[in-house]
Design a protein. Structure first.
Length: 134
């Protein structure tokens, strides 16, 4: 498994059994959402992980993109997801995602990174730790 990888849209890495991601784009449409999901699944060898995602750069996200991220494919391999938001725009996008798109695993919004990491850490299992060490 590749533990640190990036494309033009997102950077991902595994640390202490948590898949971390940082978006690098401002606007997310369905095509970008599909590429991000495919990229994550390929780089994690389709293994499940709890996730911590920083949404700071995102200013717009289409309904189709939100729906794709929340779909069976979009949430494939996600055990739980902590989303870090740092602006009212991020919070609005995150709330639409949670309330309207309804992700398939426990997902929460956070404005504090340490609280987000603490919350998502409860979903790390021995299997995730072993995947991190392999």
């Amino acid at each position: 498994m590749q533990y640190e990888s990036e494309n033009e849209y997102v950077k991902i890495w595994v640390d202490k059994g948590i898949l971390n991601g940082v978006y690098k784009v401002r606007d997310v449409d369905l095509g970008i959402a599909q590429q991000c999901v495919d990229f994550r699944l390929e780089r994690t060898d389709f293994r499940p992980f709890p996730c911590y995602i920083e949404m700071g750069s995102i200013k717009t996200m289409t309904k189709e993109a939100r729906d794709h991220f929340a779909s069976e494919r979009g949430y494939s391999g996600i055990v739980a997801c902590a989303l870090l938001v740092d602006s009212s725009i991020n919070r609005l996008i995150g709330n639409f995602f949670l309330r309207i798109s309804k992700p398939k695993a426990p997902t929460r919004l956070f404005t504090d990174k340490s609280k987000a990491i603490t919350w998502v850490t409860q979903f790390v299992t021995a299997e995730h730790q072993m995947a991190h060490n392999s």
